[in-house]
Design a protein around this ligand. Structure first.
Ligand code: HEC
Length: 89
């Protein structure tokens, strides 16, 4: 019984670790991504990003321009945050 509870805990932890963390994306974005452009760039009429995979690519490109190191799941957090708040793909 004890082991079973532990297993559930571990499974729950892994599940939440895999899901994108929108709050973390919000924070990472606020701390790193507002230097060159504000958020109006995400909703401008002629925005370049038109699909979710392209959004991921663009986040990665801007991140690389900045020279910051993010793990893949941090890139994903920011991508999901931007999608949820601005792009709605
Ligand atoms: C060094 C300056 C700079 C920084 C810092 C920067 N960006 Fe960008 N970003 C740009 C430029 C330049 C463009 C392209 C503008 C254009 O195409 O007119 C752009 C465009 C974008 C777009 C596409 C907007 C569209 O048209 O749909 C996204 C999304 C984006 N940036 C995300 C980010 C994220 C996330 C970060 C933080 C990791 C970030 N940017 C930080 C320079 C920057």
């Amino acid at each position: 019984m004890k082991n079973f509870t532990l297993l559930l805990l571990v499974a729950g932890f892994c599940a939440s670790a895999n899901a994108a963390d929108v709050k973390n994306g919000d924070k990472l974005h606020a701390d790193n991504c507002t230097r060159c452009h504000d958020s109006s760039i995400y909703t401008r009429a002629n925005k370049r990003v038109k699909t979710l995979p392209k959004l991921g690519t663009q986040v990665r490109m801007c991140k690389n321009n900045l020279g910051i190191t993010w793990f893949d799941d941090e890139v994903e957090d920011v991508t999901v945050f931007l999608n949820k708040k601005y792009y709605h793909f």
